[in-house]
Ligand binder design. Structure first.
Ligand code: FAD
Ligand code: NAG
Ligand code: NAG
Ligand code: NAG
Ligand code: NAG
Ligand code: NAG
Ligand code: NAG
Ligand code: NAG
Length: 585
């Protein structure tokens, strides 16, 4: 049979035949619209994006920069349940993500913090040639349109280093209209200095260590959120070679190609009315459906762990046991404080990022040694939790690099992030590099909207709990140290009676296990790593064992970063778009 006839025949079987494009993308989210914009900038390339959600650019809950979670309980969110971890008692964590053009960038907190240079250099150490700080930094700048703070914002603490930012990219980045006034900022800054954390000029320069103001993805003159739909779709909207199609991708369709490498020729997606439609890809398929959903699409297409696929009754196309494993998040918790008198109404985008030395003090060296000696044990525990999907030696190698980042390269290990609630301060804090990784898989063959998520918080090692307690103690101490303490009337939750300033490890353990949450900064479920380390995509973001299936979004980030995940997703997508375009023939 003639090749193109054969393709046409295949895409017609068992469903309505849709259109064919050069590239088809699953998900018009944070990363998906970056890819769509960059590929379709060449008018010779046709691109379609299949997305479950709608255009929310005019939705007031999305536009507002007075982040008050107004969009949280609305239909533009995915709410995924998870199975409970023993460490959390009977509590189940819920995972939230955006369901809209713009994806999670349309519902998130807008805070833009990239993480540390050494954490990006580690991607190369893990086996991804060309992925290091210098190269990713250039893509950060390419994507960015930095808007310098006003003199009023500078007076209230906004600082920046122009050399860390780009000014000609599509993504607006600035400071909120009203940065909370200097009465909070100056006291917080002075307290952190007393505690050994100096203020820094720009936490996005590759060194986040210290106290600083954080920029946000917003358009200060317009006073609206900047999400990937506004930044990357609006300028490309008029292109006739770019189309967004409403639907939910179920699985990849495969060409009947010779050889051992799998060749995709499109997707099957489900329309809002429940019809199964096929869409053809002449060149490639790109998965940008989030860290929760890409593993489900791959598993539904026969790409994954044979043990899991055989249980689901899915025929194996590519044996790839790393799919859905090493799901990594930040462990987050909050305390609340009452103020003696309320602050002005602004946001306080102030972040403090401490190193291991800052939180463990003179115990750091002995902890570095004792935890180093335990990495093999933790790796074995995590491998067992994954039912052997990734070998203990592969996990140990990854843990070793993570341990070096924490104890030798001195990356920041946590973040303390206060929010002005009007009536008080919500003092959130989290750890950035826990060792207990989770997983996300397809739970049953046709439930492609229902990820089965196993968070595994605190399950591979108690050290994750110790790190969170150490960051928590520093948070508590900061609000009790002058001059910041001058503003504070009381600790309302959990209250000093439950968790006094001299609380024991046991008291901290009880508080943390009872209240810890998932930060929703999930990465790693389709990690960019060599196959032997449990990787899913290679350094060209191509799924191992396939010729033309790429994955581009938070799911390919192989190891957690300090700060937040949206910024890295934008830079990863910019770099991936260049890699894909370089191979366009
Ligand atoms: C409440 C909340 C607050 C956050 N706050 C911050 C913050 O302040 N700063 C920060 O840096 N990070 C924050 N994050 C995290 C950050 O926003 C995400 O890590 C990042 O946006 C993820 O981008 P992505 O491209 O991987 O996925 P997404 O942006 O989620 O895109 C995935 C897209 O795919 C679509 N989709 C899913 N499945 C399918 C399917 N089968 N077929 C078709 N379409 C599909 C989805 O609807 C979505 O549009 C927050 C996250 C949440 C949930
Ligand atoms: C969302 O709904 C839940 C459950 O009904 C409720 O507890 C929560 O306060 C709501 N959140 C917001 C921001 O409205
Ligand atoms: C939590 O998840 C478990 C499965 O792990 C389930 O049996 C239980 O009903 C869930 N509990 C709640 C409160 O949702
Ligand atoms: C900050 O706001 C508070 C409350 O509105 C006010 O009392 C204080 O004077 C302000 N400080 C500065 C420096 O503007
Ligand atoms: C956002 O907050 C500012 C400052 O408190 C206020 O002036 C503005 O009206 C608010 N905007 C919306 C849309 O709520
Ligand atoms: C660490 O510091 C504490 C208090 O600052 C002190 O009591 C302790 O002796 C020190 N330990 C070591 C090993 O130096
Ligand atoms: C990391 O911190 C330790 C302890 O402060 C110090 O001895 C070491 O030189 C630092 N390493 C780097 C790479 O900064
Ligand atoms: C904390 O201090 C209180 C009062 O000084 C004391 O009663 C208590 O035993 C201390 N707790 C710990 C864990 O040291």
């Amino acid at each position: 049979m003639h090749k193109s006839l054969q393709l046409l025949f295949l895409t017609c079987v068992g469903g309505v035949y849709g259109e064919t494009f050069d590239y088809v993308i699953a998900g018009a989210g944070t990363a998906g619209l970056v890819i769509a914009n960059r590929l379709s900038s060449n008018p010779a390339i046709t691109v379609a994006v299949v997305e479950t959600g709608d255009d929310v650019r005019q939705n007031a809950d999305v536009q507002t920069i007075n982040f008050s979670f107004t969009s949280f309980n609305t239909s533009i969110n995915w709410l995924y349940p998870s199975v409970t971890s023993a460490a959390l008692g009977s509590r189940n964590l819920t995972y939230r993500a955006g369901k809209a053009w713009g994806g999670t960038s349309s519902v998130n907190g807008m805070v833009y913090i990239r993480g540390d240079k050494a954490q990006y250099d580690a991607w190369e150490d893990l086996g991804n040639k060309g992925w290091n700080w210098d190269s990713v930094f250039s893509y950060y700048k390419k994507g960015e349109h930095f808007i310098t703070p006003t003199s009023a914002q500078i007076a209230n603490g906004a600082t920046y280093d122009a050399s860390a930012h780009g000014t000609t990219g599509p993504l607006d980045l600035g400071f909120p209209f009203t940065v909370s006034n200097s009465s909070f900022h100056d006291k917080a800054r002075d307290t952190w200095k007393v505690l050994g954390l100096d203020s820094i000029t720009d936490l996005n320069s590759g060194d986040s260590h210290g106290f600083d103001t954080a920029p946000m993805t917003l358009d200060p003159p317009a006073g609206v959120r900047e999400d990937s739909a506004r930044a990357y779709y609006t300028p490309a909207e008029a292109r006739s070679n770019l189309k967004i199609i409403k639907g939910t991708v179920k699985r990849i369709t495969w060409a009947d190609a010779p050889g051992r490498t799998a060749v995709a020729n499109g997707f099957e997606y489900v329309t809002p009315s429940g019809e199964l439609v096929k869409i053809g890809a002449r060149k490639e398929v790109v998965l940008s459906a989030s860290a929760y959903r890409n593993p489900l699409i791959l598993e539904g297409s026969g790409v994954g762990n044979p043990k899991i696929l055989s249980k689901l009754g899915i025929k194996i196309k590519v044996k790839l046991p790393g799919v859905g494993e090493s799901m990594q998040d930040h462990n987050i918790i909050a305390m609340t404080y009452a103020l003696k008198s309320s602050l002005d109404g602004g946001r306080i985008p102030y972040a403090t990022l401490p190193t291991a030395q800052d939180v463990f003090g003179n115990k750091t060296a002995s902890l570095a040694a004792s935890t180093s000696a335990k990495l093999a044990e933790w790796a074995k525990a995590l491998s067992d939790l994954s039912d052997g999907a990734i070998s203990p030696s592969a996990i140990e190698k990854r843990f070793r690099i993570q341990h070096d980042l924490i104890f030798k390269k001195n990356v920041t290990v946590g973040e303390l992030f206060p929010t002005n609630t009007g009536t008080g301060i919500l003092a959130q804090f989290w750890t950035s590099m826990p060792f207990s990784w989770g997983s996300v898989h397809l739970g049953s063959k046709d439930k492609f909207n229902e990820p089965s998520i196993t968070p595994n918080l605190f399950s591979a090692t108690d050290f994750d709990l110790d790190m969170l307690a150490a960051v928590g103690r520093l948070s508590q101490k900061s609000f009790a140290t002058p001059p910041l303490s001058d503003l504070i009337a009381d600790n309302v939750s959990p209250g000093y009676s439950k968790l006094p300033l001299n609380a024991s490890d046991d008291q901290w353990g009880t508080f943390l296990k009872g209240n810890v949450l998932n930060a929703l900064h999930v990465v790693g479920s389709c990690s960019m790593l060599p196959r032997e380390l449990g990787g899913v995509v290679d350094e060209k973001v191509t799924v191992h064992g396939t010729r033309n299936v790429r994955v581009v979004d938070a799911s390919i980030i192989p190891m957690q970063l300090s700060g937040h995940t949206m910024a890295p997703v934008y830079a990863v997508a910019e770099k991936a778009a260049d890699i894909i375009l370089a191979e366009w023939k």
